[in-house]
Design a protein around this ligand. Sequence first.
Ligand SMILES: Cc1ncc(COP(=O)(O)O)c(C=O)c1O
Length: 390
Amino acid sequence: MPIADKMVKMVEAASFIRKMFEEGIRMREKFGADNVFDFSLGNPDVPPPAAVKETLLDLIDDPKVTHGYMPNPGYPQVRQAVADYLNKEFGTQLTPNLIVMTVGAAGALNDCLRALINPGEEVLTPAPYFVGYNQYAFVAGAALVTAPTKPDFHLDLEAIQTGITEKTRVVLINSPNNPTGAVYSAEELDGLGRVLEAASKKFDKRIYLISDEPYRKIAYDVEVPSVFDAYDHTIVLTSYSKELSLAGERIGYLAVSPKAEDAGLVAAAAGVANTMMYVNAPALFQQVVGRLQGVTVDIGIYRRRRDLFCQGLKEAGYEFDVPQGAFYLFPKSPIENDVEFVNLLKEQNILAVPGTGFGGPGHFRLSYAVPDDIITRALPGFKKAMDNVR
Ligand SMILES: Cc1ncc(COP(=O)(O)O)c(C=O)c1O
């Protein structure tokens, strides 16, 4: 093998996603772009708020704007702006040294895991989970271990308690959740905090909570509670990929709770990990987001699509929990084998992702980061696919 043995499985997993992507291109060429209904990618299509363009234009003319090297964790004034915003939102006492500007949420996840994990240690995450976690854990040399969620995809605290071992270093959660759309309540987060405190005592080892929150602003009529309140030893990370529709600009941050054990050291280690991989987050977009704290895309667009999709799928006989956040639906596959059902959807020119890839077999994921008319015109195909298996 010309590539590292440990990479072989990773390349295979990546080729599965690439195959799906290529299949979409092939189908568009064959049937025409308007006749392919691609719900496979979570790529935000809602335009960034007008303030993004205005800020970019301002920055281009601003002689104070710099494009050179900077302190590797990010511009001090941007980290101050992020800390001020979070302190106002969550009543925390964050200081800029506890913030690291990162290359998206993916960069932040990589930084935190590499900052915390020793060889052979485990990262525990509730399943279904975002597939990228496999890669980030791999890079950090950690084993990714899963704990099942409840039937409504909320936290099963007993399963988490059972899943924690002396090897667990990090519990990694994501709310609003990709792929399920679940938003964890303050009560379940408090319960999780108690489980982690007890497990840290039991194993005489600090277990950190990492809260991956790129969908925090995309929630429908529910509060997304602060994880800082639930457990002191928490790192919150996020990006502007979804809330400002800037996924390709690769900008995000991580924030280590001031109450976390060795908070300053953890943030410093995450900053060094960032330096080793990316040196620093993109300069121009740090300066953009530094000026746009609290600004978000029009969530009403995602809500409208969610409602449209839910109504149509319900009428076609699909079963699912109405998502409270993010922009994914995770319906039950009407046949046991979700991979097979996704292939049946393909016969209707519909592209979806099997739940098996997210550790959620028997389901499939649909992204509604697509125009309304794609949803409307795909509904007859969803009905046909359902009728064919009933
Ligand atoms: C749950 C979750 N975490 C992290 C990421 C990575 O986000 P980013 O593109 O900001 O790196 C994604 C991207 O879709 C995601 O869904």
